[in-house]
Design a binder for this molecule. Sequence first.
Ligand SMILES: *Cc1c(COP(=O)(O)O)cnc(C)c1O
Length: 390
Amino acid sequence: MDPRTRWLSWIELDRDALAHNLDTFRGLLPSTTRLLQVVKANAYGHGLPEVVRAAAPRVDAFGVHTLDEAGAVRAAGWTGMLLLMGPFPRQALATIADLDLEVTIFESTALAELETLGQARGKVISCHLKVETGTHRQGADREDIPGLLDFFAHARGVRLAGLSTHYANIEDTTDHSFALGQLERFRAIAELVAARGLGPLTRHTACTAAALTLPESLFDLLRLGIGAYGLWPSRETLASTRARSTLELMPVLSWKTRVTQLKWVESGEYVGYGLTHRCGHHTRLGVLPIGYSDGYDRGLSAVAHVLVRGRRAPVIGRVCMNVTLIDLTDVVDAAIEDEVILIGRVLEEAIGADRLAAWAQTIPYEIVARLTSSLPRILVDRNGSPSVGA
Ligand SMILES: *Cc1c(COP(=O)(O)O)cnc(C)c1O
Protein backbone atom coordinates (compact mmCIF):
# COMPACT_ATOMS: atom_id res chain seq x y z
CA MET A 1 0.00 0.00 0.00
CA ASP A 2 1.29 3.46 -0.89
CA PRO A 3 2.16 5.19 2.40
CA ARG A 4 0.55 8.36 1.10
CA THR A 5 -2.88 6.87 1.73
CA ARG A 6 -2.22 7.22 5.48
CA TRP A 7 -1.65 10.97 5.44
CA LEU A 8 -3.73 14.06 4.83
CA SER A 9 -0.67 16.12 3.92
CA TRP A 10 2.85 15.16 2.90
CA ILE A 11 5.94 16.24 1.00
CA GLU A 12 7.28 14.30 -2.00
CA LEU A 13 10.95 14.58 -2.91
CA ASP A 14 11.92 13.77 -6.48
CA ARG A 15 15.17 11.85 -6.23
CA ASP A 16 15.78 12.14 -9.99
CA ALA A 17 15.38 15.92 -9.89
CA LEU A 18 17.87 16.19 -7.04
CA ALA A 19 20.37 14.07 -8.99
CA HIS A 20 19.82 16.21 -12.09
CA ASN A 21 20.42 19.47 -10.21
CA LEU A 22 23.56 18.19 -8.47
CA ASP A 23 24.94 16.88 -11.75
CA THR A 24 24.12 20.20 -13.41
CA PHE A 25 26.08 22.18 -10.85
CA ARG A 26 28.89 19.63 -10.90
CA GLY A 27 29.11 20.34 -14.61
CA LEU A 28 29.78 24.03 -13.88
CA LEU A 29 32.74 23.24 -11.63
CA PRO A 30 36.39 22.96 -12.56
CA SER A 31 37.59 19.43 -11.77
CA THR A 32 39.44 20.58 -8.66
CA THR A 33 36.43 22.38 -7.15
CA ARG A 34 34.49 20.33 -4.63
CA LEU A 35 30.72 20.38 -4.21
CA LEU A 36 29.27 20.98 -0.74
CA GLN A 37 25.50 20.82 -0.40
CA VAL A 38 24.00 23.11 2.20
CA VAL A 39 21.36 21.24 4.22
CA LYS A 40 20.67 23.83 6.91
CA ALA A 41 17.07 24.50 7.98
CA ASN A 42 16.05 20.87 7.54
CA ALA A 43 17.55 20.85 4.05
CA TYR A 44 15.66 23.99 3.06
CA GLY A 45 12.48 22.46 4.46
CA HIS A 46 12.81 19.41 2.24
CA GLY A 47 13.75 16.99 5.04
CA LEU A 48 17.37 16.60 6.12
CA PRO A 49 17.74 12.81 6.46
CA GLU A 50 16.00 12.08 3.15
CA VAL A 51 18.03 14.68 1.27
CA VAL A 52 21.35 13.61 2.80
CA ARG A 53 20.77 9.98 1.91
CA ALA A 54 19.68 10.79 -1.64
CA ALA A 55 22.44 13.33 -2.31
CA ALA A 56 25.34 11.51 -0.63
CA PRO A 57 26.66 9.71 -3.73
CA ARG A 58 26.85 13.01 -5.66
CA VAL A 59 28.40 15.49 -3.24
CA ASP A 60 31.80 15.88 -1.58
CA ALA A 61 30.56 17.53 1.60
CA PHE A 62 27.54 18.82 3.46
CA GLY A 63 27.17 22.16 5.23
CA VAL A 64 24.90 22.96 8.18
CA HIS A 65 24.16 25.94 10.39
CA THR A 66 23.79 24.31 13.81
CA LEU A 67 25.33 21.50 15.84
CA ASP A 68 21.95 19.75 15.96
CA GLU A 69 21.82 19.71 12.18
CA ALA A 70 25.35 18.34 12.10
CA GLY A 71 24.23 15.51 14.40
CA ALA A 72 21.32 14.79 12.05
CA VAL A 73 23.66 14.58 9.03
CA ARG A 74 25.88 12.08 10.87
CA ALA A 75 22.80 10.14 12.02
CA ALA A 76 21.74 9.88 8.36
CA GLY A 77 24.98 7.99 7.75
CA TRP A 78 27.30 10.64 6.24
CA THR A 79 30.91 10.12 7.29
CA GLY A 80 32.59 12.58 4.91
CA MET A 81 33.40 16.28 5.22
CA LEU A 82 30.80 18.16 7.25
CA LEU A 83 31.16 21.92 7.68
CA LEU A 84 29.48 23.78 10.51
CA MET A 85 28.79 27.20 9.01
CA GLY A 86 27.08 28.83 11.99
CA PRO A 87 28.11 29.58 15.58
CA PHE A 88 28.04 26.99 18.35
CA PRO A 89 27.28 27.13 22.08
CA ARG A 90 30.54 26.89 24.05
CA GLN A 91 28.96 24.41 26.47
CA ALA A 92 28.56 22.00 23.56
CA LEU A 93 32.05 22.44 22.17
CA ALA A 94 32.97 18.79 22.64
CA THR A 95 30.30 17.81 20.10
CA ILE A 96 32.54 19.28 17.39
CA ALA A 97 35.19 16.69 18.13
CA ASP A 98 32.63 13.92 18.69
CA LEU A 99 31.01 14.50 15.29
CA ASP A 100 34.32 15.18 13.54
CA LEU A 101 33.17 18.54 12.15
CA GLU A 102 35.02 21.23 10.29
CA VAL A 103 34.06 24.54 11.82
CA THR A 104 33.68 28.13 10.68
CA ILE A 105 35.57 30.66 12.77
CA PHE A 106 34.63 34.34 12.85
CA GLU A 107 36.44 35.53 15.94
CA SER A 108 39.23 34.58 18.33
CA THR A 109 37.62 33.39 21.58
CA ALA A 110 36.07 30.30 19.95
CA LEU A 111 39.42 29.49 18.41
CA ALA A 112 41.25 29.40 21.73
CA GLU A 113 38.66 26.99 23.14
CA LEU A 114 38.87 24.76 20.06
CA GLU A 115 42.65 24.64 20.42
CA THR A 116 42.22 23.39 23.99
CA LEU A 117 39.65 20.83 22.86
CA GLY A 118 41.81 19.59 19.99
CA GLN A 119 44.81 19.14 22.27
CA ALA A 120 42.74 17.39 24.94
CA ARG A 121 41.41 14.92 22.36
CA GLY A 122 44.68 14.49 20.52
CA LYS A 123 42.93 15.76 17.37
CA VAL A 124 43.52 18.58 14.95
CA ILE A 125 40.25 20.41 14.34
CA SER A 126 39.92 21.84 10.84
CA CYS A 127 38.83 25.47 10.90
CA HIS A 128 37.56 27.64 8.08
CA LEU A 129 38.22 31.30 8.69
CA LYS A 130 35.32 33.38 7.43
CA VAL A 131 36.43 36.85 6.52
CA GLU A 132 34.54 40.12 6.28
CA THR A 133 34.49 41.47 2.74
CA GLY A 134 31.46 43.75 2.84
CA THR A 135 28.40 41.78 3.94
CA HIS A 136 28.91 42.77 7.59
CA ARG A 137 27.22 39.69 8.93
CA GLN A 138 29.50 36.85 10.07
CA GLY A 139 33.15 37.36 9.30
CA ALA A 140 36.46 38.30 10.89
CA ASP A 141 37.45 41.92 10.38
CA ARG A 142 40.53 42.67 8.34
CA GLU A 143 42.45 44.04 11.34
CA ASP A 144 41.86 40.83 13.33
CA ILE A 145 43.19 38.56 10.62
CA PRO A 146 46.95 38.84 11.34
CA GLY A 147 46.34 37.88 14.98
CA LEU A 148 44.19 34.91 13.96
CA LEU A 149 46.86 33.76 11.52
CA ASP A 150 49.51 34.03 14.24
CA PHE A 151 47.35 31.83 16.41
CA PHE A 152 47.06 29.18 13.69
CA ALA A 153 50.79 29.33 13.01
CA HIS A 154 51.47 28.17 16.57
CA ALA A 155 48.44 25.96 17.18
CA ARG A 156 48.51 22.18 17.62
CA GLY A 157 44.83 21.41 18.30
CA VAL A 158 43.45 23.39 15.36
CA ARG A 159 44.58 24.05 11.83
CA LEU A 160 43.56 26.57 9.21
CA ALA A 161 41.88 24.39 6.60
CA GLY A 162 39.75 26.90 4.76
CA LEU A 163 39.07 30.54 4.02
CA SER A 164 35.58 31.74 3.16
CA THR A 165 33.32 34.71 2.64
CA HIS A 166 29.69 35.28 1.63
CA TYR A 167 28.24 37.77 -0.85
CA ALA A 168 25.89 40.57 0.18
CA ASN A 169 24.35 41.38 -3.16
CA ILE A 170 24.39 38.51 -5.59
CA GLU A 171 20.80 37.25 -5.57
CA ASP A 172 18.84 40.47 -5.82
CA THR A 173 20.53 42.14 -8.71
CA THR A 174 21.89 41.66 -12.21
CA ASP A 175 24.67 44.15 -11.38
CA HIS A 176 27.59 42.23 -9.90
CA SER A 177 29.91 45.14 -9.17
CA PHE A 178 29.52 44.88 -5.38
CA ALA A 179 30.18 41.14 -5.49
CA LEU A 180 33.27 41.72 -7.63
CA GLY A 181 34.57 44.16 -5.01
CA GLN A 182 34.07 41.50 -2.32
CA LEU A 183 35.83 38.96 -4.50
CA GLU A 184 38.80 41.30 -4.85
CA ARG A 185 39.03 41.78 -1.06
CA PHE A 186 38.80 38.02 -0.59
CA ARG A 187 41.62 37.40 -3.05
CA ALA A 188 43.83 39.89 -1.22
CA ILE A 189 43.22 38.12 2.09
CA ALA A 190 43.84 34.71 0.50
CA GLU A 191 47.19 35.99 -0.74
CA LEU A 192 48.05 37.26 2.72
CA VAL A 193 47.30 33.83 4.16
CA ALA A 194 49.31 32.05 1.48
CA ALA A 195 52.23 34.41 2.14
CA ARG A 196 52.20 33.27 5.78
CA GLY A 197 52.76 29.71 4.57
CA LEU A 198 49.51 28.48 6.10
CA GLY A 199 47.55 25.92 4.15
CA PRO A 200 46.86 24.18 1.87
CA LEU A 201 43.65 26.14 2.01
CA THR A 202 40.19 25.33 0.77
CA ARG A 203 39.01 28.73 -0.44
CA HIS A 204 35.26 29.13 -0.87
CA THR A 205 32.94 32.04 -1.57
CA ALA A 206 30.20 30.84 -3.90
CA CYS A 207 26.54 30.14 -3.15
CA THR A 208 24.04 29.18 -5.89
CA ALA A 209 23.70 32.62 -7.44
CA ALA A 210 27.46 33.16 -7.48
CA ALA A 211 28.03 29.77 -9.13
CA LEU A 212 25.53 30.66 -11.84
CA THR A 213 26.61 34.21 -12.54
CA LEU A 214 30.21 34.62 -11.38
CA PRO A 215 32.39 31.60 -12.27
CA GLU A 216 35.49 33.29 -10.84
CA SER A 217 33.86 32.98 -7.40
CA LEU A 218 34.12 29.17 -7.36
CA PHE A 219 37.70 28.63 -6.07
CA ASP A 220 38.05 25.22 -4.33
CA LEU A 221 34.52 24.56 -3.06
CA LEU A 222 30.95 25.52 -3.96
CA ARG A 223 28.48 25.92 -1.08
CA LEU A 224 25.37 24.96 -3.00
CA GLY A 225 22.03 25.60 -1.34
CA ILE A 226 18.83 26.49 -3.13
CA GLY A 227 19.96 25.39 -6.59
CA ALA A 228 20.39 21.79 -5.42
CA TYR A 229 16.69 21.82 -4.59
CA GLY A 230 15.88 22.97 -8.11
CA LEU A 231 14.91 26.51 -7.22
CA TRP A 232 16.30 29.74 -8.63
CA PRO A 233 17.52 32.18 -6.00
CA SER A 234 15.63 35.01 -7.70
CA ARG A 235 14.33 36.29 -11.03
CA GLU A 236 17.48 38.38 -11.31
CA THR A 237 19.68 35.28 -11.08
CA LEU A 238 17.54 33.59 -13.70
CA ALA A 239 17.90 36.63 -15.96
CA SER A 240 21.68 36.90 -15.46
CA THR A 241 22.14 33.17 -16.10
CA ARG A 242 19.82 32.84 -19.07
CA ALA A 243 21.99 35.31 -20.90
CA ARG A 244 24.72 32.73 -21.23
CA SER A 245 23.29 29.26 -20.84
CA THR A 246 20.22 27.13 -21.12
CA LEU A 247 20.67 25.56 -17.75
CA GLU A 248 17.55 23.86 -16.38
CA LEU A 249 16.81 23.23 -12.73
CA MET A 250 14.15 20.75 -11.64
CA PRO A 251 12.20 21.43 -8.44
CA VAL A 252 12.70 18.55 -6.00
CA LEU A 253 9.80 19.22 -3.67
CA SER A 254 6.05 18.84 -4.04
CA TRP A 255 3.64 19.51 -1.19
CA LYS A 256 0.28 17.78 -1.30
CA THR A 257 -2.83 17.48 0.81
CA ARG A 258 -6.40 16.24 0.46
CA VAL A 259 -9.89 17.72 0.39
CA THR A 260 -11.39 16.88 3.80
CA GLN A 261 -14.78 18.54 3.44
CA LEU A 262 -16.96 19.79 0.57
CA LYS A 263 -19.98 22.02 0.94
CA TRP A 264 -22.15 24.52 -0.87
CA VAL A 265 -22.20 28.10 0.40
CA GLU A 266 -24.95 30.49 -0.72
CA SER A 267 -24.05 33.62 -2.64
CA GLY A 268 -23.74 36.51 -0.17
CA GLU A 269 -22.48 34.34 2.70
CA TYR A 270 -19.06 34.89 4.28
CA VAL A 271 -16.20 32.41 4.43
CA GLY A 272 -13.57 32.17 7.16
CA TYR A 273 -12.13 34.41 9.88
CA GLY A 274 -12.56 38.15 9.66
CA LEU A 275 -15.34 37.85 7.06
CA THR A 276 -12.76 38.78 4.44
CA HIS A 277 -14.41 36.73 1.68
CA ARG A 278 -18.07 37.14 0.69
CA CYS A 279 -19.25 34.63 -1.87
CA GLY A 280 -20.20 36.30 -5.12
CA HIS A 281 -21.71 33.07 -6.41
CA HIS A 282 -23.17 29.80 -5.10
CA THR A 283 -19.80 28.40 -4.02
CA ARG A 284 -18.53 24.83 -3.87
CA LEU A 285 -16.23 25.16 -0.87
CA GLY A 286 -13.35 22.77 -0.23
CA VAL A 287 -11.73 22.51 3.20
CA LEU A 288 -8.01 21.63 3.36
CA PRO A 289 -6.34 20.38 6.57
CA ILE A 290 -3.23 22.58 6.38
CA GLY A 291 -2.50 26.17 7.35
CA TYR A 292 0.17 28.63 8.37
CA SER A 293 1.48 26.36 11.14
CA ASP A 294 2.45 23.92 8.39
CA GLY A 295 4.23 26.64 6.44
CA TYR A 296 1.37 27.75 4.17
CA ASP A 297 1.95 31.44 4.71
CA ARG A 298 -0.94 33.58 5.92
CA GLY A 299 0.06 36.02 3.19
CA LEU A 300 -1.32 33.48 0.70
CA SER A 301 -4.86 34.28 1.89
CA ALA A 302 -7.10 35.23 -1.05
CA VAL A 303 -4.18 35.41 -3.52
CA ALA A 304 -2.93 31.87 -4.04
CA HIS A 305 -4.40 28.97 -5.91
CA VAL A 306 -3.96 25.21 -5.63
CA LEU A 307 -4.35 22.38 -8.16
CA VAL A 308 -7.16 19.84 -7.91
CA ARG A 309 -7.72 17.31 -10.70
CA GLY A 310 -5.27 19.29 -12.82
CA ARG A 311 -7.27 22.50 -12.48
CA ARG A 312 -6.73 25.68 -10.51
CA ALA A 313 -8.79 26.40 -7.43
CA PRO A 314 -8.41 29.76 -5.66
CA VAL A 315 -7.65 30.07 -1.95
CA ILE A 316 -10.48 32.12 -0.45
CA GLY A 317 -10.76 33.84 2.93
CA ARG A 318 -7.91 33.76 5.41
CA VAL A 319 -5.42 30.95 5.74
CA CYS A 320 -5.91 29.64 9.31
CA MET A 321 -3.46 27.85 11.61
CA ASN A 322 -4.44 24.37 10.41
CA VAL A 323 -7.12 24.97 7.80
CA THR A 324 -7.29 26.58 4.36
CA LEU A 325 -10.43 27.11 2.27
CA ILE A 326 -10.61 26.84 -1.51
CA ASP A 327 -13.24 27.57 -4.14
CA LEU A 328 -13.97 24.37 -6.10
CA THR A 329 -16.95 25.71 -8.02
CA ASP A 330 -15.10 25.22 -11.32
CA VAL A 331 -13.93 21.71 -10.40
CA VAL A 332 -17.40 20.22 -10.41
CA ASP A 333 -16.23 16.63 -10.09
CA ALA A 334 -14.06 17.30 -6.98
CA ALA A 335 -14.56 14.67 -4.29
CA ILE A 336 -13.64 14.12 -0.66
CA GLU A 337 -10.00 12.99 -0.28
CA ASP A 338 -9.05 14.29 -3.71
CA GLU A 339 -5.34 15.05 -3.87
CA VAL A 340 -4.57 18.77 -3.77
CA ILE A 341 -1.24 20.18 -4.95
CA LEU A 342 -0.04 23.14 -2.91
CA ILE A 343 3.46 23.16 -4.45
CA GLY A 344 4.21 21.03 -7.49
CA ARG A 345 2.96 20.20 -10.93
CA VAL A 346 0.38 18.08 -12.67
CA LEU A 347 -0.08 17.84 -16.43
CA GLU A 348 0.56 21.32 -17.81
CA GLU A 349 -0.12 23.17 -14.58
CA ALA A 350 2.57 24.03 -12.04
CA ILE A 351 2.80 25.99 -8.82
CA GLY A 352 6.41 26.61 -7.90
CA ALA A 353 7.83 27.84 -4.61
CA ASP A 354 8.76 31.00 -6.53
CA ARG A 355 5.08 31.53 -7.34
CA LEU A 356 4.07 31.15 -3.70
CA ALA A 357 6.88 33.53 -2.77
CA ALA A 358 5.59 36.16 -5.17
CA TRP A 359 2.05 35.77 -3.81
CA ALA A 360 3.21 35.97 -0.19
CA GLN A 361 5.68 38.77 -0.98
CA THR A 362 8.72 36.86 0.16
CA ILE A 363 11.50 34.76 -1.40
CA PRO A 364 11.40 31.07 -2.39
CA TYR A 365 13.95 30.31 0.34
CA GLU A 366 11.43 31.30 3.03
CA ILE A 367 8.55 29.37 1.44
CA VAL A 368 10.41 26.05 1.59
CA ALA A 369 12.49 26.64 4.74
CA ARG A 370 9.35 27.14 6.81
CA LEU A 371 7.61 23.92 5.79
CA THR A 372 7.05 22.25 9.11
CA SER A 373 9.36 19.35 9.89
CA SER A 374 6.35 17.36 11.15
CA LEU A 375 5.01 16.79 7.62
CA PRO A 376 6.01 13.31 6.40
CA ARG A 377 8.58 13.23 3.60
CA ILE A 378 8.63 10.55 0.92
CA LEU A 379 11.29 10.03 -1.75
CA VAL A 380 9.79 9.36 -5.16
CA ASP A 381 11.13 8.86 -8.67
CA ARG A 382 10.28 11.07 -11.61
CA ASN A 383 6.93 9.33 -12.13
CA GLY A 384 5.91 9.93 -8.54
CA SER A 385 6.29 6.30 -7.47
CA PRO A 386 7.84 5.70 -4.06
CA SER A 387 11.54 5.36 -4.67
CA VAL A 388 13.18 2.00 -4.07
CA GLY A 389 15.50 2.14 -1.09
CA ALA A 390 13.85 5.34 0.13
C1 LIG B 1 22.84 29.36 3.07
C2 LIG B 1 24.23 29.59 2.70
C3 LIG B 1 24.70 29.20 1.43
C4 LIG B 1 23.81 28.65 0.34
O1 LIG B 1 23.15 29.72 -0.32
P1 LIG B 1 22.19 29.44 -1.55
O2 LIG B 1 21.84 30.80 -2.04
O3 LIG B 1 21.01 28.72 -1.00
O4 LIG B 1 22.94 28.62 -2.53
C5 LIG B 1 26.05 29.36 1.18
N1 LIG B 1 26.88 29.88 2.11
C6 LIG B 1 26.45 30.26 3.32
C7 LIG B 1 27.41 30.82 4.29
C8 LIG B 1 25.11 30.14 3.65
O5 LIG B 1 24.70 30.55 4.86
